[in-house]
Design a protein around this ligand. Structure first.
Ligand code: ADP
Length: 626
């Protein structure tokens, strides 16, 4: 459908709300509107450059691709123009009247009043750049003509309230001209020196020339292709800010160049903020693929594995053909080689930080540990490198201190062959777990897993430095400690209690055993050899209600006073009702501790019975008057 006459459209309701947030509350730093307009212009130029290189015989090839900024003080007008791809009428409606990124508005709303609003530069992140111009303009006109042959020109007009109009107009040549009619208070943006400063601050790496009132503004070459010796930290930081549309410093970066086996340059950054951790969004892939400084694919899925989506930057290789199609991206041998090389170097860089710049690495860990753990599970080729990056608290750390597996392995006790771990909701809970008793006694360190992901990760890794990971609650840990019973005769009595308990519990447990590991507690529920932990099973049950918890092994401590009393009672009166009551309660106590007790009513009734017995008057009074 084409309409030549002016036609009025309503903004998508999300756009209206977005405009309200942008214009009235969210954004204090208004100057970024220019950064956004220039970056949109540069994108359009990039796309045009790409068309020139891939579509044969296009007109206007020798024209300079550029951004032009002009000021018209008399009419309070600021004009940003490009000779990029331009937009058709449909594209205008599609791109300017709607928000592309679903969920954007939600993120912005949530952030609006939160602390992060001031700290996080949102506009660049969420692709709402164009609208930010309404922070300074009371009316905006977009005149645009698509590069496609016979493209007509269109004028889009809006005051940023609820609607916009589109009509057909005349325009020389392809590209987009954006005219801002500035608000009264925003006339500073008509001053050339002010505009120049903003461009130098935010846009000096734009890969196309920018003219301001006829004067060409100095810009920097593609940083990633320059030799490291020519670049200072500030250059790297500035480029990051430009690349990510942010005012935040990068956490760390890695600049690589290689000639063989494949030629490429890459410049990769780890940011200081995790948008995923803030609960804002799942990060899109953040590394762009270039060939000879020309953008081939933004946020390429092929050059970085998914778990490294927090890494931002550029990979540029001459060996990648410009007209490579999306399908041939996948399984492209050269891209594979580059990815493998770059990922390896990046993981090594992170490991270097972990060993040499701990504070920096701890910050990275705080932000991106979930991604690193995801990599430990998914990136089979780099499993060893990634396992070097994992951090844990343990039975030998205190406070916030974290250790890595190399540290653990380096201080294992004599005779210790495995790496032990124990999961739980938090440090306090894990420390109270009786399963730890024997490890304390033997001076074996135990890793504390407080993140449900951790156990999953160790399960996938199997081992570190040829030492197997072993759950401290596992029933099959070889422990040569002697059970704490006094002599052979009383051991025999304890064995008899075990037989009795097995009969009472039936199929509630997999087995009952005399413990060789308990010191202070009467009993302990253990996992059958190599079975999943209770924490893990609880997660599985949350996902699938029908999931059956595996049967566990109950170990009793014959040295504990309660067990000794039960052994004695069993010896004198194996049919005593109280013995059965105690036996059932013993198991229920353990289930309660683990949060897997299902029949609470029966347990409460039994506890009340025990209380009643405890409160009964001594036998000698039994015959007294009621
Ligand atoms: P973003 O640039 O992050 O997608 P914007 O709101 O700034 O978000 O722009 C929306 C869309 O409008 C762009 O993605 C692009 O398709 C189109 N657009 C904006 N400016 C231009 C321009 N100068 N030339 C061509 N298309 C443009």
């Amino acid at each position: 459908m084409t309409e030549t006459k002016e036609q009025t459209f309503e903004f998508q309701s999300e756009v209206k709300q977005l405009l309200d947030i942008l214009v009235y509350s969210l954004y204090k730093n208004k100057e970024v509107f220019l950064r956004e307009l220039v970056s949109n212009a540069a994108d359009a130029l990039n796309k045009m450059q790409f068309e020139f290189l891939t579509v044969p015989d296009l007109e206007g090839k020798d024209q300079e691709l550029k951004v032009t900024i002009a000021v018209d003080k008399e009419h309070n007008k600021l004009v940003v123009e490009d000779n990029g791809v331009g937009m058709t009428r449909e594209e205008l409606v599609e791109n300017i009247g709607t928000i592309a990124h679903s969920g954007t508005l939600d993120y912005l709303k949530r952030l609006k009043d939160s602390q992060a609003a001031g700290q996080v530069d949102l506009i660049g992140k969420f692709g709402v750049g164009f609208y930010s111009s309404f922070m300074v303009a009371k009316e905006i006109h977009i005149t645009t003509r698509s590069w496609q042959k016979d493209g007509k020109a269109w004028l889009w007009k809006s005051t940023g309230e609820s609607s916009y109009t589109i009509e057909e107009v005349e325009k020389e040549g392809r590209g987009t001209r954006i005219e801002l009619l500035l608000k009264k208070d925003e006339r500073e943006f008509l001053e050339t020196y002010r505009l120049k400063n903003i461009i130098l601050k935010h846009s000096k790496f734009v890969p196309f020339p920018i003219y301001l009132d006829g004067e060409k503004i100095e810009r920097r070459e593609a940083v990633w292709t320059q030799p490291k010796s020519k670049l200072a930290d500030k250059d790297y930081a500035d480029f990051f800010k430009f690349f990510e549309n942010t005012q935040e410093e990068p956490e760390t970066w890695l600049h690589l160049s290689s000639d063989a086996p494949v030629q490429f340059h890459s410049l990769l950054y780890v940011p200081k903020t995790s948008f995923e951790l803030l609960g804002l969004m799942k990060e899109e892939p953040g590394v762009d693929l270039y060939s000879r400084k020309i953008l081939i694919q933004k946020g390429s899925k092929e050059v970085m594995p998914e778990y490294l989506r927090f890494v931002k930057g550029i990979i540029d290789s001459e060996e990648i053909p410009l007209n490579i199609s999306r399908e041939t991206f996948q399984n492209n041998v050269r891209i594979d080689k580059i990815r493998k090389h770059v990922v390896k170097k990046l993981l090594e860089h992170l490991e270097g930080l972990k060993d040499k710049e701990r504070a920096k690495y701890l910050h990275i860990w705080k932000n991106f540990s979930k991604n690193i753990k995801e990599g430990a599970v998914n990136d089979f080729d780099n499993r060893e490198k990634i396992s070097q990056l994992l951090l844990f608290s343990s039975s030998k750390t205190s406070g916030d201190e974290l250790i890595d597996l190399k540290q653990y392995a380096g201080r294992m006790a004599e005779g210790q062959k495995e790496i032990y771990f124990l999961g739980g909701a938090d440090r306090g809970t894990i420390e109270k777990n009786p399963a730890l008793e024997i490890f304390r006694k033997k001076d074996y360190e135990v890793l504390f897993l407080t993140d449900p992901l951790d156990e999953f990760v160790l399960d996938h890794l199997h081992e570190f430095d040829k030492k197997a990971f072993k759950m401290a609650e596992s029933a099959d840990i070889p422990l040569e400690e002697k059970a704490e019973a006094a002599d052979e005769a009383s051991m025999k009595d304890a064995e008899n209690l075990v037989t009795y308990l097995k009969a009472i519990y039936g199929d509630q447990v997999q087995d009952v055993k005399i413990s060789r590991r308990l010191v202070d507690s009467p009993c302990l529920l253990l996992n059958p050899a190599d079975g999943p932990s209770v924490q893990m099973e609880k997660i599985m049950k949350m996902v699938n209600k029908d999931y059956q918890l595996s049967k566990r092994v109950l170990e009793i401590n014959p040295g504990h006073a309660l067990i000794r009393k039960m052994v004695a009672l069993h010896k004198t009166d194996p049919a005593a009702p109280m013995l059965k009551t105690l036996a059932l309660q013993l198991l229920d106590n353990m289930k309660l501790r683990e949060g897997i007790l299902s029949d609470t009513e029966a347990t409460i009734a039994r506890i009340q019975q025990i209380m009643l017995d405890a409160a009964a008057p001594p036998r000698s009074d039994a015959g007294g008057p009621a």
